[in-house]
Design a protein around this ligand. Structure first.
Ligand code: AMP
Ligand code: MG
Length: 424
């Protein structure tokens, strides 16, 4: 595997200017292809799986002309003279079709969902007819075709049912079932391994020794990746040491399509991830991204697996995952990536910021401005290690890179917290 296979060396490393988050995501993703492999699953197990198709509708929907109401199906006469009424000759209910023949001037008692007998032109609601002595007399105007749902009016046979890459949700399941499909072909689950690096890290539940902290990134990232289309692999905590991290990464990469690490990805003396990936036979290129928090971040490959190195600070890891990890997973899973949902908003706060970097600040929505856009208040005073502002936030205020300070009333961006979901 060489650097040029999937990610140009210049994508991230020799860019003098910092990339915007969107440009960084585009450049990381542009040469990636979805992972191969499909399987057939029953509809009961298909929710959240990614359709590999396309699927042509095997039959029309609805499959036959049927009644939309309880009433009477009428076979109209050639002349419009209906004063004599219609002779009741039969009865059809859902799943119980007509046996006999229907001639002009005949009526058939019909119920919702029943096939409209051949020869009938209209269904008149039961409330709109008088029936006596076996004769049905409509008492309201009607037109041919009224209350009949035509075969194929929802979907003609042979039409594309659902596009490839659809993340199957309950609506799609209803459509697939209505079409008579009991199994669908879906992408095999994307395998994503998550590793926390840091000698100071302990798993919750363990005893904290001096200078140690609990690992919050792994459980957060695994939860962000929790999805029916993904098989997550908890690859544990690894101490800051090239040999140990290289072994963990090699092991994880052998069983995963994507390895996500957090911590140790910078270029300091205590940052071992890049060297470990290289020691394990891969490469990891820093992504020079003008974003705060969310730095440092790196992307590379090891064997057939991609590797995303996220920062150690939990808020930075979260923002990095949101900006690069989410679209990366979509591309590898073969789901068309939606563009990032950033809305216009107005700041209600004042803050000095680092120019040249887009800042993502946990924020609450406090109201609406004159245009109906959210008014947002940034929480805390910044700091990528802080979890409390994040946990009370409705989303992120996006402070543009070209400002030095934000004042109340200034335009900013806003990304709701629910954007932090896969295939969103
Ligand atoms: P690093 O990116 O390794 O320089 O780490 C930056 C900061 O994030 C340090 O204070 C680390 O202790 C902290 N950190 C690293 N990994 C984690 C983690 N998994 N959970 C919580 N904090 C972490
Ligand atoms: Mg560290």
């Amino acid at each position: 595997m060489t650097r040029s296979d999937n990610l140009d060396a210049d994508v991230c490393s020799d860019a003098k200017r910092l990339l915007t988050p969107a440009a960084a995501a585009t450049r990381v993703l542009e040469k990636l292809v979805r992972v191969a492999g499909v399987e057939a699953v029953s509809l009961g197990r298909a929710r959240g799986r990614i359709l590999r198709g396309p699927i042509a509708a095997p039959r029309s929907l609805p499959p036959f002309d049927h009644s939309a109401v309880d009433g009477y199906a009428l076979a109209l006469r050639a002349s419009a003279d209906d004063d004599t009424g219609f002779r009741l000759v039969g009865r059809v209910a859902a799943g119980q079709p007509m046996c006999g023949e229907v001639r002009p001037g005949d009526a058939v008692r019909i119920f919702t969902g029943a096939a409209v007998p051949a020869g009938c032109d209209v269904v008149v609601m039961q409330e709109h007819v008088d029936v006596s002595d076996g004769v049905v007399m409509p008492c309201r105007c009607y037109r041919a075709g009224d209350n009949i749902r035509l075969a194929g009016e929802d979907l003609p046979a042979g039409t594309d049912l659902l596009p490839e890459g659809t993340v199957i949700d309950p609506r799609h399941l209803a459509l697939l079932a209505a079409s008579g499909l009991s199994r669908v072909t879906v992408a095999r689950r994307l395998r994503v391994a998550v590793i926390s690096t840091g000698t100071e890290l302990r798993a919750p539940g363990e005893t904290l020794t001096e200078g140690a902290i609990y690992d919050s990134n792994r459980v957060m990232l695994l939860a962000l990746l929790d999805h029916p289309a993904i098989e997550t692999i908890d690859a544990g905590i690894v101490a800051d040491d090239t040999v140990g991290i290289a072994a963990a990464i090699r092991r994880a990469a052998a069983g995963a399509d994507l390895v996500i690490t957090s911590g140790g990805v910078s270029v300091g003396e205590e940052d071992f991830v890049r060297g470990s990936v290289e020691a394990a036979g891969g490469y990891l290129t820093p992504i020079k991204i003008g974003m705060k928090p969310g730095k440092p971040l790196a992307f590379g490959r090891i064997g057939d697996a991609c590797i995303l190195g996220l920062p150690g600070n939990p808020l930075a890891a979260l923002v990095g995952f949101m900006m690069i990890g989410l679209p990366l997973v979509s591309v590898l899973a073969g789901v068309p990536t939606a563009s990032f949902r950033e809305m216009r908003a107005t700041a209600s706060f004042a803050r000095r910021v680092t120019p040249g970097r887009v800042e993502f600040a946990p924020a609450c929505v406090t109201g609406r401005d004159a245009q109906g856009n959210p008014v947002v208040d940034a929480l805390g005073r910044g700091g990528s290690a802080r979890l409390m502002p994040l946990c009370s936030a409705d989303g992120f205020c996006v402070i543009p890179a070209d400002v030095e300070q934000v004042l109340p009333g200034d335009p900013v961006g806003y990304v709701p917290m629910d954007s932090l979901k896969l295939f969103g």
